[in-house]
Design a protein around this ligand. Sequence first.
Ligand code: S3P
Length: 441
Amino acid sequence: MTQSPPASSPLSLPGGGSLRGTVRVPGDKSISHRALLFGAIAEGTTRIEGLLPAEDPLSTAACLRAMGVTVSEIRAGEPVTVQGVGLDGLQEPADVLDCGNSGTTMRLMLGLLAGRVGRHFVLSGDASLRGRPMRRVGGPLAHMGAAIQGRKGGNFAPLAVLGGALKGTTIRTPVASAQVKSAILLAALTAEGPTTVIEPAQSRDHSERMLRAFGADLVVGGPGLTEVRLTPGHRLQGQAVVVPGDISSAAFWLVAAAITPGARITVDNVGLNPSRTGILEVLEQMGARLEVLNRRDVAGEPVGDLRVSHGPLQPFEIGGELIPRLVDEIPVLAVAACCAEGVSRIGDAAELRVKETDRLMVMARQLGAMGARIEEFEDGMTITGVTALRGAVVDSETDHRVAMSLAVAAGIAQGSTVLHRPEAAAVSYPDFWDDLARLGA
Ligand code: S3P
């Protein structure tokens, strides 16, 4: 099964420098996965500009190729084309579908494959992915008639899917998760009758926007836009997709600029979908010097350029419906909190425990090694600042967002930091280390 990429040597990160300049972060990871998946089940060609050329979308593309979809080679800066096979055209793969480290690949793929009648699929991934909960997707899909089996009662990969006829239904999900919602919507495309998904809070809505653009009959409503209804019977048509820069990758530079003395960074072409911009609201709450420039709409998604410069920061309190809108940014917000005068509180964030790592525990451990004052709770943490971080020996523990968050922390630490397993960053941001060197030069 999946081999971990060869471990690179630990990285030495000097503290005490500054960061200045303009950076363009790679394409949005969530939108990249969806463009590949929806392109695969559409009719005709989908042309994707700005697709994220990183390990996670490469996993999605490899799974699709294994089922007979032609996806052109994925190279940075070049458009990618997907020759769609139609809603029921995916072939039974001859081997296990390897989802690598990517939860989005595995969960959306489950929804896509559950209704492929008579075909058998096995999905697996790396050690982290094999430890992440999948019943949150398998459970709702079983309500629609899906047959999915796996370890621990179907909760853990490897998972076996025997495609069968599905029935539309109404599903209330216990967690606000775009992966769960999207899996159900993908299954709903070929179910008998409409399907409604009701979430406790709105999660990112890239699937809804893109499915509608591809021709699906989909209506969003309910309090806080938490209800999505999909009526099957419409074929999807290949589209031209333009992927904006990933705000979750931009977040590292936004926080780095806010906390590093003398820093000023502009991040160009960042996706500003309101279901993703919680990080900007928190930076505003902290009093960060943040400007949004050139707001525009690109292929159905709002986009802008973001400029942040260093300044004094207030602590923040986050929880409730804000959490799904910044769920991937919490590790780097923990770093920002070390530089705010007072106690910052993160609550309602138990979801962080089932990401690529248990991010509450891992950030408390790794940032704690640099002197951060963190108290960890079941569903969150408090961080007391201002704390002068000190260089230390730390470890990404294989988590891409932990690797990059620790790099931001290392930049303001006294003395240098040695980061083990920095290669994890390639899951979502392969050029992160080059961009860091350039902005610091
Ligand atoms: C994603 C949704 C989020 C996020 C992940 C990508 C997506 O996960 O953490 O990085 O593309 O749908 P959940 O849906 O499980 O919250």
